[in-house]
Design a protein around this ligand. Structure first.
Ligand code: RP5
Length: 163
């Protein structure tokens, strides 16, 4: 894909990638260019500041941020940019992602993070939601998104098949 990436997928750790890859796969399916990066709020705070403050100038339109545990990444990024930030709570080992969810969703008024479901479904839906946001100013993408939804609807059988 030669188009400049419009979506940034950031995550707190390499260990988040199997989850966040679901967002990337959705963007691939919809032919949306993205850049995936590891940016940790706790382990690489300077990288976080540099990324968040430069995101608009770098051409990003939407940021998908996934993190687990004490998941400060989406909120900290949202604090430093006006771009839409979609937060994905990664399923943690200790508390099954409930900690991640609560860390991401409970933002104070004024700094929004659009919080998705815990885990892979949340990551896939973050990709779709990023596409929806971009589709409001991109007719070709809106067409691809509608086609994907129609395909999904058509794939659901009316009755269960026997196993
Ligand atoms: C968070 O800590 C990351 O987002 C990850 O979900 C979690 C665990 O990270 P690792 O110890 O696996 O690197 O910052």
């Amino acid at each position: 894909m030669s188009e400049a990436p419009r979506v940034a997928i950031i995550m707190g750790s390499q260990s988040d990638w199997p989850t966040m890859e679901r967002a990337a796969q959705m963007l691939d399916k919809l032919e949306i260019a993205y850049d995936a990066r590891i940016v940790s709020a706790h382990r690489t705070p300077d990288r976080l500041v540099e990324f968040a403050k430069g995101a608009e100038a770098d051409g990003f339109k939407v940021i998908i941020a996934g993190a687990g545990g004490a998941a400060h990444l989406p909120g900290m990024v949202a604090a430093m940019t006006h771009l839409p930030v979609l937060g994905v709570p990664v399923q943690s080992r200790a508390l099954s992602g409930q900690d991640s969810l609560l860390s991401i969703v409970q933002m104070p008024a004024g700094i929004p993070v659009g919080t998705l479901a815990i885990g892979e479904a949340g990551a896939a839906n973050a990709g779709l939601l990023a596409a929806s946001i971009l589709s409001t100013s991109d007719e070709a993408l809106a067409g691809r998104l509608k086609a994907l939804r129609a395909e999904q609807t058509a794939s659901v059988a009316e009755r269960p098949s026997s196993t």
